[in-house]
Write a protein that binds this ligand. Structure first.
Ligand code: ZN
Length: 82
């Protein structure tokens, strides 16, 4: 799954820089919350029920990727704080 790096990290000795688009196995994505953002599905965490949103993403007029849910219309950097 294609993801954008939000926070640089080291993977197998290689530094993944912010904004780089990388391929991440789907089962790894949940472990990397805060470091990467899926470019295909919304990673915003919903409180009720407690799960990742998972809706398809589009780039909005404000330049942020978000799904169609009003509850997810927050900057990417803030999606991981709750
Ligand atoms: Zn969403």
């Amino acid at each position: 799954m294609k993801c954008r790096v939000l926070k640089s990290f080291k993977n197998k000795g290689e530094i993944q820089k912010i904004r780089r688009i990388i391929e991440v196995p789907e089962d790894m994505i949940i472990n990397m919350t805060g470091y990467i953002q899926s470019l295909e599905f919304c990673q915003a965490r919903k409180v009720k029920p407690d799960r990742i949103c998972g809706a398809p993403l589009r780039e909005g007029i404000n330049g942020f990727l978000s799904c169609s849910s009003p509850l997810c219309q927050v900057p990417v950097k803030d999606q991981f704080l709750t």
